[in-house]
Unconditional design. Sequence first.
Length: 202
Amino acid sequence: MKVALVEDHALIRTGLRLLLESANHSVEAEFDRAEDALAWFSKPERNADLLILDLNLADMSGLEALPKLRDRTKVLVLSMHEEAEYIAEAFARGASGYLPKRAVDRDLLDAVAAIARGERYLHPLLAPRLAEHMGLPNPEALSERERTVVGLLAQGYNLSQAAEKLGISVKTAATYKARALDKLGLQSQPELVQWAREHGLV
């Protein structure tokens, strides 16, 4: 995947580039200012599949830049801000994902992979905050067993396979699935799978 970086700390940019390149992604450009990224993307010959964007930049806020960038590439926000207001605003302005800066290396690669598949990504640590802020079902409302069954279904297991993996009966697995649907206010397994992917259960 072709990636561009907008981050005003050179040390962080270097770490991101090394991590991405270690996973066979190509870093096409690096910027410390949003305006420079906007100028780069405005040229037809310049492109990237994904832009990793910090919110705290010297020339303009990443939130201000987001609407100008989202039509040119997908945007993964990487920020120290973990407040629900920032997360909700970023998604409202067109972000494809949101990752806290305290996340580990694997989280960044998971976020990039999810966005490459056409999914939206929200780090599991942030999902409960956003859910509470927006009045949405909270992933923490599910029991550990319900979360496990939902996660397996989202990975492509059917109920029989999930039951076998967990050492429980198909009927019991179906009960966990039904409880999860009820708690989350969802109607079908495809909706449940999509919810699981958006809330980091996969």
